[in-house]
Structure formats: structure tokens, C-alpha cells
Design a protein around this ligand. Structure first.
Ligand code: PLP
Length: 436
């Protein structure tokens, strides 16, 4: 996740009893000022005014995703990466069926992390042979779904290999399998680490040769390797170093494979800016590095390998906005609170409670104000409607004065938003999601 350092939860937990530790920050608009332009005082998303979108949704809060921004982002990533590198979308970032249908036309593949995501991915036009299924703890039922459908199972353990063999034998098919490797290195700069040291993800690289030697080729069609070692990284140099180390590792492991490597998933981890101090990831050096690796190592040594970069948040995160309405406004001992009808039950990450080390304000704006609104700005805390101090969407945010009924937009809400939030907490209705 975006931040490093102590979390809000931790800060509060360690504060003097009854005193909430201060968390500072001011609001700032969306990092790309062209993404969601204002029409007068009103934010537009996909060219539609926020107040009209609220009317269309029928209720607040709700999420809106701009398909043009998603397409634009995919095009930008493709332009930055060398030709021949395939792009896979990690469905976990945002599994909304309408968005998946849109992405299906733009991606080379989809990556899923559960039987539920698998069924959604299979509903799209992406062929099963271009769908991969990664993640620990796949049940025999999920493996059965995946193998029957012909998707690539990315093995996370030796026991999973046994299960795959058993399921393939029972179904009378050859399972398409890649091995997820837990590398001996961690990726510097990742907001979330998924590789290096002991991990529930993948098979430790030093155990891989022995496991490859045990692959039952009658039941298992071994395709290649997957290394996904980190997420939310804004440091191009770290990503370059990880990609180089990954290729080096895979070239060594390929010598133990029971078949030529036809699939090489180098992971991704491309981040997006969430906090004011974050800088957008520079794709150019990553693309140059990949081009060099392709030319000097991958193509000569693994000529049959499809090379895949797997991205979630970078493709959809910045295209989403969470819109919520002010339901109360109050002063408390010098602080002005805007209380909105949304909160952490829909947008946990923006409150700093989804793996953030330090809570920092996400970019936000007043998306629509009633006619005749006061011209001044003010500094406010934007809090959600849940009865917990964790439900803090914006701390000391400078915003145009907002009144009850006005709309607040929280940006960077397209990835790990609704489905990464505790929607059942306090029993509020589920928000709508619109794709425009
Ligand atoms: C295997 C795998 N692929 C893809 C992703 C997506 O990461 P991101 O959305 O940061 O691109 C993750 C994230 O945890 C993952 O574990």
C-alpha cells in the first residue's frame, strides 16, 4: 500500500489513553488534473456531472469508474513496454463485471485469485488459456473448476501439485500449470511485499528444482514460472532490479523444468500515487530494462516463452472515484467535521486501514455544491458514518465550504475499493458502482 511508517490504527493504539494521536494532512486534487475536469463548481467523471451521476445511481454513496481513463492507461502502459510483452489484468484489483468486460477487450489475459473471480473471468471474452489462477489456499473445488475450464493454475505449494494431479486424473484432462516461485529477494519500495523470506506465496526458489523433478507430466502440462514479489511500487529502479533478478532466477530454474518454458510471468507491482508526496511511476526506464532483458536473456534462452506483466491497481486505480454526500456538519473544540454517508465500509484504503503504514489523505474534492454556496475554503475533517474513530476519510483537509447535501469525491478509488472493504460492518446498504 502507499505509505510506510506507523499506521493510524497503531498510532491510535499507542496514544495516551483517550487521546487520539494527531494525523495531519491536507487535501489535494487528483494527481492528473485532466482526468476529472470541473464544469463550473461541479466535478465531471467521464464527461458527466457528479450531481447527474448521483441522480443516475439513485442513492449515495457510490463508485464511478471512467472507462476512457482505463483504456488510456492501458494504452500508455503498452506504449511504455516492449512489443511482445503481454499484459494481464489482476481481477482482484476490481472485479466489477462491466469493467472486466471492458478490460477483456484490452488485455492479453486475466489473473484470478478465487473460484468466484474465475467464473467472472470465464464470463468475459478472454479465452481460458489466457486466464491464470494464483493465490494460496486453493481448495480442491476451486482447482477442479480451474482445471475443468482449462485455465493455468499457478502452483503455490508442493501439496497443491498433488491436488492438481489428483483432480486432473479424476477429470481425465491434463492440467495447465505454472509454478509460482518465492524468490530469495524482496522488492525494495513495494508497499506490499509478497516475495522474499518466508512466504505463504509460491514455492521457495531453493525447493523448486526438486519439485520440478516431481511434476507428473502425464497429468500436468508444465508451462513455466510466475514471480510476483511486490505491489504498489513507485520506484522504477527497484522494479527494474527485481525484473533483472527474476529473469536471472528463472533462467537457472528453467534448467530443471520438465518441458520448455512457454510462460514467464514477471509480476508487476506498478503503483499509483495516493498521497501528496507520491510521484507517478516512470514507465520508460522499466520498458527499456525489459527490452534489454528480452533481447539479451529471455528470447535467446527461453525462445518459446510468452512474457507477461501482471497489473491491477495501475490500470484501474486512478480511473475510479468514490462519491459520498455530506449528512452532517459540526464543530467540536475547534475542529469542523463533515460527516458523510460513506466511509471505511466502502473505501477502507482511503482511511489508511488497508495495509497502510502511515495514514495519509487520499486526494479528494467537493464534487458538487448547492447553488449559492459560500465562496470560501475551510479546513475540515471528513469522517464517515461509522461509529468508530477509524472512519476518517480526510484529516485537516482544505476544501471549498461544503454543506449538508453536497457531494464529496474521494479519488484513486478504482482499485481495492469496494471489494477490499468490510461492507457488512454496521449494516449499511451496499453502494452502487457505475462504469461511464
Ligand atoms: C499474484 C498477484 N498478481 C497481481 C497482483 C496485483 O497487484 P497490483 O494490483 O498492485 O498490481 C497481486 C497483488 O497482491 C498478486 O498477489
Amino acid at each position: 500500500m502507499p505509505d510506510t511508517g506507523g499506521s493510524l490504527m497503531a498510532a491510535r493504539a499507542t496514544s495516551v489513553a483517550g487521546v487520539v494521536a494527531p494525523v495531519t494532512g491536507t487535501a489535494f486534487p487528483h494527481p492528473d488534473p485532466t482526468a476529472f475536469p470541473f464544469d463550473g463548481d461541479t466535478l465531471t467523471i467521464g464527461g458527466v456531472r457528479a450531481d447527474l451521476l448521483a441522480a443516475r445511481a439513485g442513492s449515495t454513496p457510490f463508485f464511478v469508474y471512467d472507462r476512457t481513463l482505463v483504456s488510456r492507461r492501458v494504452a500508455r502502459v503498452r506504449a511504455g513496454l516492449p512489443e511482445g510483452v503481454e499484459l494481464s489484468y489482476a481481477v482482484k484489483a476490481n472485479p466489477l463485471p462491466a469493467l472486466l468486460a471492458h478490460l477483456a477487450g484490452l488485455m492479453d489475459g486475466l489473473d484470478v485469485a478465487s473460484g468466484g473471480e474465475l467464473l467472472r473471468a470465464l464470463d468475459t471474452t478472454v479465452p481460458a488459456s489466457r486466464i491464470s489462477f494464483a493465490g494460496p489456499g486453493k481448495t480442491t473445488g476451486e482447482l477442479t473448476q480451474a482445471i475443468a475450464a482449462g485455465v493455468t493454475v499457478e502452483l503455490e505449494s508442493a501439496l497443491e501439485l498433488e491436488r492438481v494431479r489428483e483432480v486432473a486424473g479424476r477429470l481425465g484432462v491434463r492440467a495447465r500449470v505454472a509454478l509460482r516461485v518465492n524468490p530469495p529477494f524482496a522488492v525494495r519500495g513495494s508497499g506490499m511485499r509478497l516475495g522474499g523470506g518466508p512466504q505463504q506465496f509460491g514455492v521457495d526458489s531453493e525447493q523448486v528444482p526438486e519439485l520440478l523433478g516431481r511434476i507428473p507430466t502425464a497429468e500436468v502440462d508444465f508451462l513455466g514460472f510466475h514471480v510476483f514479489a511486490g505491489s504498489q511500487n513507485l520506484d522504477a529502479d527497484s522494479i527494474r532490479a527485481a525484473q533483472r533478478a527474476t529473469v536471472e532466477l528463472v533462467l537457472k530454474l528453467a534448467g530443471f523444468a520438465p518441458a520448455p518454458v512457454r510462460y514467464l510471468n514477471l509480476g508487476g507491482g506498478f503503483g499509483i500515487p495516493y498521497a501528496r508526496r507520491d510521484r507517478a511511476l516512470d514507465l520508460a526506464p522499466i520498458g527499456e530494462n525489459l527490452a534489454e532483458l528480452l533481447e539479451t536473456s529471455i528470447r535467446p534462452r527461453l525462445p518459446q516463452a510468452r512474457v507477461v506483466i501482471e497489473l491491477g491497481r495501475h490500470l484501474v486505480g486512478e480511473a475510479g472515484v468514490y462519491l459520498t454526500r455530506v449528512v452532517d456538519r459540526k464543530e467540536s473544540r475547534g475542529t469542523t467535521f463533515l460527516v458523510v454517508d460513506g466511509g471505511l465500509h466502502h473505501q477502507l484504503a482511503a482511511t489508511g486501514n488497508f495495509g497502510s503504514a502511515i495514514r495519509r489523505n487520499y486526494p479528494m474534492a467537493v464534487a458538487h455544491r448547492a447553488p449559492g454556496a459560500p465562496p470560501e475554503t475551510e479546513t475540515v475533517d471528513v469522517v464517515g458514518c461509522l461509529c468508530t474513530p477509524l472512519d476518517l476519510l480526510g484529516k485537516a483537509v482544505e476544501l471549498p465550504s461544503a454543506r449538508v447535501g453536497d457531494l464529496i469525491a474521494v479519488f484513486q478509488a478504482g482499485a481495492y475499493g469496494l471489494t477490499a472493504s468490510p461492507t457488512a460492518f454496521l449494516g449499511h446498504p451496499a453502494p452502487r458502482e457505475l462504469l461511464v
